[in-house]
Design a protein around this ligand. Structure first.
Ligand code: 13P
Ligand code: SF4
Length: 303
Protein backbone atom coordinates (compact mmCIF):
# COMPACT_ATOMS: atom_id res chain seq x y z
CA UNK A 1 0.00 0.00 0.00
CA UNK A 2 2.83 2.36 0.91
CA UNK A 3 4.61 1.61 -2.37
CA UNK A 4 1.42 2.24 -4.33
CA UNK A 5 0.94 5.57 -2.57
CA UNK A 6 4.42 6.65 -3.61
CA UNK A 7 3.79 5.47 -7.16
CA UNK A 8 0.55 7.40 -7.33
CA UNK A 9 2.24 10.60 -6.13
CA UNK A 10 5.00 10.20 -8.68
CA UNK A 11 2.37 9.60 -11.36
CA UNK A 12 0.54 12.83 -10.56
CA UNK A 13 3.76 14.78 -10.76
CA UNK A 14 4.79 13.21 -14.09
CA UNK A 15 1.35 13.69 -15.55
CA UNK A 16 1.59 17.42 -14.91
CA UNK A 17 5.15 17.71 -16.21
CA UNK A 18 4.29 15.91 -19.45
CA UNK A 19 0.76 17.28 -19.88
CA UNK A 20 -0.45 13.69 -20.20
CA UNK A 21 -3.85 12.05 -20.04
CA UNK A 22 -4.23 8.47 -18.83
CA UNK A 23 -6.87 6.40 -20.62
CA UNK A 24 -7.74 2.97 -19.23
CA UNK A 25 -9.93 0.19 -20.58
CA UNK A 26 -12.40 -1.40 -18.16
CA UNK A 27 -10.41 -4.65 -18.32
CA UNK A 28 -7.32 -3.09 -16.71
CA UNK A 29 -6.24 -3.93 -13.17
CA UNK A 30 -8.01 -1.91 -10.43
CA UNK A 31 -4.73 -0.15 -9.53
CA UNK A 32 -4.67 1.32 -13.05
CA UNK A 33 -8.38 2.14 -13.35
CA UNK A 34 -8.09 3.98 -10.00
CA UNK A 35 -5.56 6.48 -11.35
CA UNK A 36 -6.95 6.87 -14.88
CA UNK A 37 -8.30 10.23 -16.03
CA UNK A 38 -10.83 8.40 -18.11
CA UNK A 39 -12.10 4.82 -18.09
CA UNK A 40 -14.11 3.35 -20.91
CA UNK A 41 -14.79 0.65 -23.45
CA UNK A 42 -13.03 0.58 -26.81
CA UNK A 43 -15.44 3.07 -28.37
CA UNK A 44 -15.34 5.71 -25.63
CA UNK A 45 -11.55 5.52 -25.39
CA UNK A 46 -11.11 5.98 -29.14
CA UNK A 47 -13.44 8.98 -28.99
CA UNK A 48 -11.50 10.44 -26.06
CA UNK A 49 -8.15 9.96 -27.83
CA UNK A 50 -9.51 11.81 -30.87
CA UNK A 51 -10.72 14.74 -28.73
CA UNK A 52 -8.05 15.30 -26.06
CA UNK A 53 -5.82 18.38 -26.00
CA UNK A 54 -3.15 16.75 -23.85
CA UNK A 55 0.31 16.38 -25.42
CA UNK A 56 0.76 12.79 -24.34
CA UNK A 57 -1.75 9.94 -24.29
CA UNK A 58 -0.91 7.06 -21.98
CA UNK A 59 -3.02 4.19 -23.21
CA UNK A 60 -3.64 1.42 -20.70
CA UNK A 61 -5.20 -1.40 -22.65
CA UNK A 62 -3.81 -3.60 -25.42
CA UNK A 63 -1.65 -2.68 -28.38
CA UNK A 64 -4.36 -2.10 -31.01
CA UNK A 65 -5.98 0.47 -28.71
CA UNK A 66 -2.77 2.48 -28.45
CA UNK A 67 -2.42 2.24 -32.20
CA UNK A 68 -5.95 3.51 -32.79
CA UNK A 69 -5.24 6.43 -30.46
CA UNK A 70 -2.06 7.29 -32.40
CA UNK A 71 -3.88 7.04 -35.73
CA UNK A 72 -6.66 9.36 -34.52
CA UNK A 73 -4.24 11.79 -32.86
CA UNK A 74 -1.13 11.64 -35.08
CA UNK A 75 0.50 14.72 -33.57
CA UNK A 76 0.41 13.40 -30.03
CA UNK A 77 2.86 11.09 -28.35
CA UNK A 78 1.15 7.84 -27.43
CA UNK A 79 2.85 5.61 -24.88
CA UNK A 80 1.81 2.29 -23.36
CA UNK A 81 2.94 0.59 -20.12
CA UNK A 82 4.07 -2.65 -21.82
CA UNK A 83 4.58 -3.43 -25.47
CA UNK A 84 3.79 -7.10 -24.93
CA UNK A 85 0.11 -6.46 -24.20
CA UNK A 86 -1.33 -7.63 -27.51
CA UNK A 87 -4.73 -8.97 -28.50
CA UNK A 88 -4.70 -12.55 -29.85
CA UNK A 89 -7.91 -11.90 -31.77
CA UNK A 90 -6.33 -8.96 -33.60
CA UNK A 91 -3.54 -11.31 -34.74
CA UNK A 92 -5.98 -13.83 -36.24
CA UNK A 93 -6.45 -11.91 -39.48
CA UNK A 94 -3.70 -11.28 -42.04
CA UNK A 95 -3.52 -8.59 -44.70
CA UNK A 96 -3.05 -11.27 -47.40
CA UNK A 97 -6.08 -13.19 -46.21
CA UNK A 98 -8.23 -10.09 -46.17
CA UNK A 99 -7.05 -9.01 -49.63
CA UNK A 100 -7.98 -12.43 -51.02
CA UNK A 101 -11.45 -12.16 -49.55
CA UNK A 102 -11.84 -8.66 -51.01
CA UNK A 103 -10.86 -10.00 -54.44
CA UNK A 104 -13.48 -12.75 -54.13
CA UNK A 105 -16.20 -10.29 -53.07
CA UNK A 106 -15.43 -7.05 -54.93
CA UNK A 107 -18.80 -5.48 -54.11
CA UNK A 108 -18.66 -6.08 -50.37
CA UNK A 109 -17.74 -3.33 -47.94
CA UNK A 110 -15.12 -4.24 -45.34
CA UNK A 111 -16.26 -3.66 -41.76
CA UNK A 112 -13.48 -4.27 -39.25
CA UNK A 113 -13.80 -4.67 -35.52
CA UNK A 114 -11.46 -2.18 -33.86
CA UNK A 115 -9.63 -5.19 -32.34
CA UNK A 116 -7.27 -5.32 -35.33
CA UNK A 117 -3.90 -4.01 -36.47
CA UNK A 118 -3.32 -0.67 -38.22
CA UNK A 119 -2.45 -2.60 -41.42
CA UNK A 120 -5.85 -4.33 -41.39
CA UNK A 121 -7.63 -1.03 -40.68
CA UNK A 122 -5.83 0.43 -43.70
CA UNK A 123 -7.59 -2.24 -45.84
CA UNK A 124 -10.96 -1.38 -44.31
CA UNK A 125 -13.94 0.75 -45.33
CA UNK A 126 -15.19 1.37 -41.82
CA UNK A 127 -14.31 0.23 -38.30
CA UNK A 128 -16.68 -0.55 -35.48
CA UNK A 129 -16.60 -1.58 -31.83
CA UNK A 130 -18.95 -3.84 -29.93
CA UNK A 131 -20.87 -0.69 -28.93
CA UNK A 132 -21.86 0.31 -32.48
CA UNK A 133 -21.34 -2.83 -34.62
CA UNK A 134 -24.97 -3.20 -35.77
CA UNK A 135 -25.33 0.50 -36.54
CA UNK A 136 -22.06 0.54 -38.50
CA UNK A 137 -22.94 -2.53 -40.58
CA UNK A 138 -26.37 -1.07 -41.36
CA UNK A 139 -24.77 2.23 -42.34
CA UNK A 140 -22.67 0.93 -45.24
CA UNK A 141 -23.75 1.04 -48.87
CA UNK A 142 -24.78 -2.17 -50.64
CA UNK A 143 -25.97 -5.38 -49.11
CA UNK A 144 -22.77 -7.35 -48.64
CA UNK A 145 -20.21 -6.98 -45.86
CA UNK A 146 -16.85 -8.62 -45.24
CA UNK A 147 -16.52 -8.83 -41.49
CA UNK A 148 -13.17 -9.29 -39.65
CA UNK A 149 -11.95 -10.67 -37.30
CA UNK A 150 -14.49 -11.77 -34.62
CA UNK A 151 -16.83 -14.58 -35.67
CA UNK A 152 -18.85 -14.37 -32.44
CA UNK A 153 -19.57 -10.65 -32.67
CA UNK A 154 -20.10 -11.19 -36.43
CA UNK A 155 -22.73 -13.82 -35.71
CA UNK A 156 -24.47 -11.49 -33.26
CA UNK A 157 -24.52 -8.66 -35.81
CA UNK A 158 -25.78 -11.00 -38.54
CA UNK A 159 -28.84 -11.71 -36.42
CA UNK A 160 -29.57 -7.99 -36.21
CA UNK A 161 -29.06 -6.89 -39.81
CA UNK A 162 -30.42 -7.71 -43.27
CA UNK A 163 -26.98 -7.39 -44.89
CA UNK A 164 -25.24 -10.55 -45.98
CA UNK A 165 -22.10 -10.95 -43.90
CA UNK A 166 -18.98 -12.86 -44.91
CA UNK A 167 -17.49 -13.62 -41.51
CA UNK A 168 -13.82 -14.24 -40.65
CA UNK A 169 -13.12 -17.04 -38.17
CA UNK A 170 -11.32 -15.12 -35.40
CA UNK A 171 -12.37 -14.97 -31.78
CA UNK A 172 -11.40 -13.64 -28.36
CA UNK A 173 -9.67 -16.38 -26.35
CA UNK A 174 -11.06 -14.99 -23.14
CA UNK A 175 -14.74 -14.50 -24.01
CA UNK A 176 -14.87 -17.61 -26.21
CA UNK A 177 -13.89 -19.72 -23.21
CA UNK A 178 -17.27 -19.17 -21.51
CA UNK A 179 -19.60 -22.15 -22.05
CA UNK A 180 -23.34 -22.78 -21.79
CA UNK A 181 -22.57 -25.19 -18.94
CA UNK A 182 -20.75 -22.43 -16.98
CA UNK A 183 -23.73 -20.11 -17.36
CA UNK A 184 -26.32 -22.75 -16.53
CA UNK A 185 -24.47 -23.68 -13.36
CA UNK A 186 -24.32 -20.05 -12.30
CA UNK A 187 -28.01 -19.54 -13.07
CA UNK A 188 -28.88 -22.56 -10.92
CA UNK A 189 -26.74 -21.18 -8.10
CA UNK A 190 -28.09 -17.62 -8.34
CA UNK A 191 -31.68 -17.97 -9.59
CA UNK A 192 -32.54 -14.30 -8.97
CA UNK A 193 -29.64 -12.96 -10.99
CA UNK A 194 -29.85 -11.64 -14.53
CA UNK A 195 -27.21 -12.75 -17.01
CA UNK A 196 -25.48 -9.87 -18.83
CA UNK A 197 -23.15 -10.85 -21.65
CA UNK A 198 -20.64 -9.42 -24.13
CA UNK A 199 -21.21 -10.31 -27.81
CA UNK A 200 -17.62 -11.62 -28.09
CA UNK A 201 -18.95 -14.73 -26.31
CA UNK A 202 -20.14 -17.77 -28.28
CA UNK A 203 -23.57 -17.47 -29.95
CA UNK A 204 -25.13 -20.15 -27.75
CA UNK A 205 -23.91 -18.27 -24.66
CA UNK A 206 -25.06 -14.88 -25.94
CA UNK A 207 -28.48 -16.42 -26.54
CA UNK A 208 -28.83 -17.01 -22.79
CA UNK A 209 -28.32 -13.30 -22.04
CA UNK A 210 -30.96 -11.14 -20.38
CA UNK A 211 -28.89 -8.28 -21.79
CA UNK A 212 -26.24 -8.28 -24.55
CA UNK A 213 -23.88 -5.34 -25.03
CA UNK A 214 -20.44 -3.77 -25.01
CA UNK A 215 -18.64 -3.29 -21.72
CA UNK A 216 -20.02 0.23 -21.25
CA UNK A 217 -23.53 -0.91 -22.19
CA UNK A 218 -23.37 -3.72 -19.62
CA UNK A 219 -22.23 -1.33 -16.87
CA UNK A 220 -25.01 1.12 -17.73
CA UNK A 221 -27.65 -1.59 -17.89
CA UNK A 222 -26.71 -2.99 -14.46
CA UNK A 223 -26.75 0.49 -12.95
CA UNK A 224 -30.19 1.37 -14.31
CA UNK A 225 -31.87 -2.02 -13.89
CA UNK A 226 -34.20 -2.76 -10.96
CA UNK A 227 -32.48 -6.13 -10.60
CA UNK A 228 -30.04 -6.36 -7.67
CA UNK A 229 -27.92 -9.32 -8.73
CA UNK A 230 -26.08 -10.17 -11.95
CA UNK A 231 -24.09 -12.96 -13.54
CA UNK A 232 -21.53 -11.19 -15.69
CA UNK A 233 -20.31 -12.65 -18.99
CA UNK A 234 -17.37 -10.41 -19.75
CA UNK A 235 -13.81 -9.77 -18.55
CA UNK A 236 -13.41 -9.55 -14.79
CA UNK A 237 -11.81 -6.08 -14.74
CA UNK A 238 -15.30 -4.73 -15.48
CA UNK A 239 -16.06 -5.43 -11.81
CA UNK A 240 -14.26 -2.23 -10.82
CA UNK A 241 -16.72 0.10 -12.57
CA UNK A 242 -19.73 -2.16 -11.90
CA UNK A 243 -19.14 -1.95 -8.15
CA UNK A 244 -18.38 1.75 -8.28
CA UNK A 245 -21.60 2.54 -10.15
CA UNK A 246 -23.83 0.05 -8.33
CA UNK A 247 -22.41 -0.30 -4.80
CA UNK A 248 -25.49 -2.04 -3.40
CA UNK A 249 -25.72 -4.71 -6.09
CA UNK A 250 -24.08 -8.12 -6.33
CA UNK A 251 -21.99 -9.26 -9.30
CA UNK A 252 -20.90 -12.84 -9.98
CA UNK A 253 -18.50 -13.38 -12.86
CA UNK A 254 -19.76 -16.29 -14.93
CA UNK A 255 -16.41 -18.10 -14.97
CA UNK A 256 -13.05 -17.75 -13.25
CA UNK A 257 -11.46 -17.84 -16.70
CA UNK A 258 -12.92 -14.49 -17.76
CA UNK A 259 -9.54 -12.82 -17.38
CA UNK A 260 -7.62 -11.44 -20.35
CA UNK A 261 -3.95 -12.11 -19.61
CA UNK A 262 -2.87 -9.41 -22.05
CA UNK A 263 -4.92 -6.71 -20.35
CA UNK A 264 -3.35 -7.76 -17.05
CA UNK A 265 0.23 -7.37 -18.34
CA UNK A 266 0.00 -3.69 -17.42
CA UNK A 267 0.36 -2.58 -13.82
CA UNK A 268 0.79 0.64 -11.86
CA UNK A 269 4.56 0.32 -11.68
CA UNK A 270 4.91 -0.03 -15.47
CA UNK A 271 2.47 2.83 -15.95
CA UNK A 272 4.64 5.19 -13.88
CA UNK A 273 7.78 3.96 -15.60
CA UNK A 274 6.47 4.58 -19.11
CA UNK A 275 5.65 8.18 -18.21
CA UNK A 276 9.11 8.57 -16.71
CA UNK A 277 10.99 7.17 -19.74
CA UNK A 278 8.35 8.09 -22.37
CA UNK A 279 8.79 4.54 -23.71
CA UNK A 280 7.51 2.41 -25.34
CA UNK A 281 5.95 4.77 -27.85
CA UNK A 282 3.45 3.74 -30.50
CA UNK A 283 4.62 4.28 -34.04
CA UNK A 284 2.45 3.74 -37.10
CA UNK A 285 4.02 4.34 -40.54
CA UNK A 286 2.32 7.48 -41.94
CA UNK A 287 1.05 5.85 -45.16
CA UNK A 288 -0.64 3.11 -43.09
CA UNK A 289 -1.97 5.60 -40.53
CA UNK A 290 -3.47 7.86 -43.22
CA UNK A 291 -5.41 4.96 -44.74
CA UNK A 292 -6.45 3.52 -41.39
CA UNK A 293 -7.60 6.93 -40.10
CA UNK A 294 -10.37 7.11 -42.69
CA UNK A 295 -11.92 3.88 -41.42
CA UNK A 296 -11.80 5.07 -37.80
CA UNK A 297 -13.10 8.56 -38.57
CA UNK A 298 -16.00 7.10 -40.56
CA UNK A 299 -16.89 5.04 -37.50
CA UNK A 300 -16.85 8.10 -35.23
CA UNK A 301 -19.34 9.82 -37.54
CA UNK A 302 -21.96 7.04 -37.47
CA UNK A 303 -24.96 8.21 -35.47
P1 13P B 1 -15.44 -3.33 -25.71
O1 13P B 1 -14.45 -2.43 -25.09
O2 13P B 1 -15.99 -2.77 -26.98
O3 13P B 1 -16.53 -3.77 -24.78
O4 13P B 1 -14.65 -4.63 -26.22
C1 13P B 1 -14.20 -5.60 -25.40
C2 13P B 1 -12.82 -6.06 -25.66
O5 13P B 1 -12.55 -7.24 -25.70
C3 13P B 1 -11.76 -5.10 -25.82
O6 13P B 1 -10.58 -5.76 -26.06
FE1 SF4 C 1 -8.39 -9.24 -27.14
FE2 SF4 C 1 -10.27 -10.58 -25.84
FE3 SF4 C 1 -8.29 -9.52 -24.48
FE4 SF4 C 1 -10.14 -7.96 -25.59
S1 SF4 C 1 -10.45 -9.42 -23.94
S2 SF4 C 1 -7.93 -7.68 -25.64
S3 SF4 C 1 -10.59 -9.12 -27.45
S4 SF4 C 1 -8.12 -11.15 -26.03
Amino acid sequence: AEQNRELRERLLQLKKERNAIILAHYYQRDEIQEVADFRGDSFLLAQKAAQTDADVIVFCGVHFMGESAKILAPNKTVIIPDERAGCPMADMVSVDGLRKLKAQHPNAKVVTYINSSAEIKAETDICCTSANAVKVVNSVEGDEVIWVPDKNLGHYVQQNTDKKMIIWEGYCNTHDMLTVKDVEEMKAKYPNAQFVVHPECRPEVVELGDFVGSTTAIIKYCKESDCQEFIVGTEDGTGYQLRLDSPGKTFHFASKYLVCPNMKVNNLKKLVKCLETMQPQIYVPPHVADQARLSLERMLLVK
